[in-house]
Design a protein around this ligand. Structure first.
Ligand SMILES: *Cc1c(COP(=O)(O)O)cnc(C)c1O
Length: 384
């Protein structure tokens, strides 16, 4: 049995947790929260970073900061996790779904302008598999129409677009440290604030709508309810675990990239015979080995490969059900244009096991079983 994913634990996490227990300060915004935030600000080169309980929470904060209200529209890809759209809907906004590009599976920047109306306030881009969206074009459109850009960089930590770390480009960005991501704390995330105008309000929203931060700094004489907010900041135990991951990020990413690169070179031949297509990484983009996927020729090829590999104990999985055709997406969202690429990709994509501590023989076993299945695809074609 080869699992789809297994978090990489470095050993530093436990030491940090023990130090929190010894200090007796377990609530949020303590020493390790500060350390994590400083690390993110320094490594990503973003503005202010605030740790959150999840990427979902960070996206909710971003939508509050963007002042999305009833009837306001936010342009997003349909091929993404529910949290991207949910954050908008929770504030009464309308997610407007745009199709994705065939190569990167990211929002198709050439289709964004057609989706803009008088009610459009923001664009949320999703860097699928840690491969950057076409940010220069997207930031240009946003500037032209005075829209905010929020990066859903849940999968994008330490990946780059033209040398710039993901999460440092949009006005706001959200990271995830969920168990399935590259760097983890079980559940966890961060809001990155690149436009300094949002910083003060972000800290209030983060602290349940209070001015507690100013109170502790001695700037006000009592702390009170000053704005809307929620309990978005995580406890110190989570931050302590996360800090152990952050300082080992290079080792973790290198280990993932090794597996990713081995897959990519092994499947080159099969791709030549049109058995499937491998991930496409545009020039000037460096990714972080977050996902290794294959696109099969048809939905039935994909379903068959998924089932046959799972029976053999290989943890392969498909990915998103497009939001525009999900029950809540139909109820709360709106489509702009054709969703052909999204629908096609969603039905043909398979993700292979990928984690840092995968043994070489495990990687080779996955490769050989996938290649066996690829031969099967040919048989199907010939017998038709
Ligand atoms: C994982 C993920 C999320 C949600 O992250 P959580 O930390 O689990 O809330 C949101 N968007 C994308 C694109 C993701 O991959």
């Amino acid at each position: 049995m080869i699992r789809f994913n297994k978090p990489y634990v470095t050993g530093n996490e436990m030491k940090n947790i023990q130090s929190v227990l010894k200090s007796g300060r377990m609530a949020g915004n303590g020493e390790f929260t500060q350390k994590c935030q400083e690390w993110l600000e320094c490594e990503i080169g973003c503005g202010k970073a605030l740790l959150t309980n999840s990427c979902t929470a960070a996206l909710e904060m971003a939508i509050i900061l963007a002042d999305i209200g009833r009837g306001d529209e936010v342009i997003i890809p349909s091929y993404t996790f529910v949290s991207t759209a949910n954050a908008v809907v929770l504030r009464g906004g309308i997610p407007v779904f745009v199709d994705i590009r065939e190569d990167t599976l990211n929002i198709d920047e050439t289709k964004i302008e057609a989706a803009i109306t008088a009610r459009t306030k923001a664009i949320i881009v999703v860097h699928y598999a840690g491969v950057a969206c076409e940010m220069d074009t997207i930031m240009g459109i946003a500037e032209k129409y005075k829209l905010l850009v929020i990066e859903d960089a849940a999968q994008g930590i330490l990946a780059k677009y033209k040398g710039r770390p993901l999460g440092s480009i949009g006005h706001l960005a959200a990271l995830s440290f969920h168990e399935t991501k590259n760097l983890v704390s079980g559940e966890g995330g961060a809001l990155l604030i690149n436009d300094a105008a949002f910083q003060k309000r972000a800290e209030i929203i983060w602290e349940k709508g209070t001015n507690r931060k100013e109170f502790y700094k001695g700037l006000v004489d009592k702390y009170s309810w000053v704005d809307i907010g929620s309990s978005y900041l995580p406890g110190e135990l989570m931050a302590a675990f996360l800090y152990g991951q952050l300082i080992s990020s290079e080792i973790i990413d290198r280990a993932r990239m090794k597996v990713w690169n081995r897959y990519q070179e092994s499947f080159a031949a099969a791709e030549k015979y049109n058995k499937f297509r491998r991930p496409i990484i545009p020039k000037e983009i460096s990714h972080n080995g977050h996902i290794y996927y294959l696109l099969l020729p048809t939905a039935s090829d994909r379903d068959q490969m998924l089932q046959r590999l799972q029976v053999k104990g290989i943890g392969v999985v498909f990915h998103y059900i497009p939001l525009h055709s999900s029950p809540a997406g139909i109820r709360y969202g709106r489509i702009c244009g054709d969703m052909g690429v999204t629908d096609s990709v969603a039905s043909r994509l398979i993700r292979l096991p990928l984690w840092g501590e995968m043994k070489e023989e495990e990687v080779e076993l996955v490769i050989s079983l996938v290649q066996d299945e690829a031969n099967h695809i040919e048989e199907n074609v010939l017998s038709e």
